[in-house]
Design a protein around this ligand. Structure first.
Ligand SMILES: [Fe+2]
Length: 386
């Protein structure tokens, strides 16, 4: 058998621990940032905790300004407004602070302020990223306030296309944050529903990376341990938000999921991206609902891998036991069983299926589903036919 050529790359420096947000200004300085643009969403920007963090950075001698025009499921207009703010303030780096949208838009502003092309010219297709001038990308310090997206260790951001509502993955290797601060104290205020939804995103990243059909043993190992951390800590973090140990382990599971998914994602994301784009629904919540349907649909290709994972996770009953565990976990943390429970109908399944087969994550699914198969799978997710 031919030995594959593969590139394995894990360069983000992770600073883990309660209270480590106090080091934020030091990490900016160490990375040559004197005038950071602090990018976050309006809800976080208004919080006293965040105002204090910004004040501390300013008191450390850095000319920091806040940009908070970032909506959930961010759009191109958020990037354009951020680039304008970046240039107006003559900034020299970005603090990307928040959940997925704050982190992604922060990275996109760091990427786009020095380019003359559209962000959609840098979609994660072939080597399109080489269209950008990499020397003009600013350094990013990332601070996640949710445990799910893992964008703090990623080289991509997700932006919804204004005309087609497709969620486009924008990729450039230089937007990988230099430092990510994983401080569980920043996540204790996250409400149970959001803790559950974002946590299911982290689990989906680990699970899909683990099942992706590519040679990447480093990612497979990280994904497996990430699943174990999610299994043991997500219910605790949902039920007892102040549990710093559970919160911290979920932050690590989230970073591990996104580290692992350079191996690939799959049909959970290939379905949740179109549903999210068309219905403006929460990404992690969609993944949590869709997860068991996709695992079941992939059975013939992943059964042995899932049996090994189940053994590692202490789940009895092999593949069937694993599937039961996902369903039980969802129930325990309040994730619905069907998409119809969150207001998604069956009226746009043709669009969903057409977008799913084109979604870049579809290529990582263990089975290459046809458009018809995606439509049937999407229908099962809507009506709850597991
Ligand atoms: Fe995701």
């Amino acid at each position: 058998m031919a030995i594959p050529n593969r590139n394995f790359s894990y360069p983000t420096s992770l600073k883990y621990g309660a209270g480590r947000i106090a080091e934020l200004a030091d990490h900016c300085k160490a990375n040559g940032i004197a005038r950071p643009l602090f990018v976050t969403d309006p809800g976080l920007a208004a919080m006293p905790m965040v105002k204090k963090i910004v004040a501390d950075v300013r008191n450390a001698g850095l000319a920091v300004e806040v940009f908070a025009d970032v909506r959930p499921n961010p759009v191109e207009a958020n990037i354009i407004a951020g680039v304008t703010a970046y240039k107006a303030g003559d900034h020299d780096g970005v603090i990307a602070f928040g959940g997925g949208s704050g982190l992604d838009i922060g990275k996109m502003i760091a990427l786009m302020h020095g380019q003359t092309i559209s962000v959609f010219d840098l979609e994660d297709v072939d080597d399109w990223w080489t269209r950008a001038d990499g020397s003009k990308v600013s350094p990013v310090i990332a601070v996640p306030t949710t445990a799910g997206t893992g964008s703090e260790v990623g080289r991509a951001g997700v932006v919804t296309h204004p005309a087609t509502h497709e969620k486009k993955i924008i990729f450039h290797p230089a937007i990988m944050p230099k430092v990510a601060i994983l401080d569980p104290e920043l996540t204790v205020g996250l409400p149970p529903k959001l803790t559950a939804a974002t946590g299911m995103d982290a689990l989906a990243h680990c699970l899909e990376a683990y099942c992706a059909p590519f040679y990447h043993p480093l990612s497979a190992g990280i994904a497996l341990e990430g699943m174990r951390l999610a299994k043991e800590n997500l219910p605790r973090a949902v039920k007892k938000g102040g549990d710093l140990d559970a919160r911290g382990n979920m932050l690590v599971a989230s970073a591990m999921g996104a580290t692992a998914f350079q191996r690939g994602l799959g049909a959970i994301h290939a379905l949740s991206h179109p549903f999210g784009g068309l219905y403006d629904a929460h990404h992690g919540l969609l993944n949590g609902i869709i997860m068991p349907y996709v695992v079941k649909a992939n059975r013939r290709r992943i059964e042995k891998d899932i049996e090994r994972a189940a053994a590692y996770l202490g789940i009895r009953g092999g593949f069937d036991g694993f599937l039961k565990w996902i369903v039980a976990l969802r129930k325990e943390i309040g994730i619905p069983h069907r998409l119809s429970e969150i207001g998604i109908d069956s009226n746009r399944l043709d669009e969903v299926a057409a977008m799913s087969i084109k979604d870049p994550t579809a290529g990582g699914n263990p089975i290459t589903f046809t458009e018809k198969q995606y439509k049937a799978l999407a229908k099962k997710c809507v009506v709850g036919d597991l």
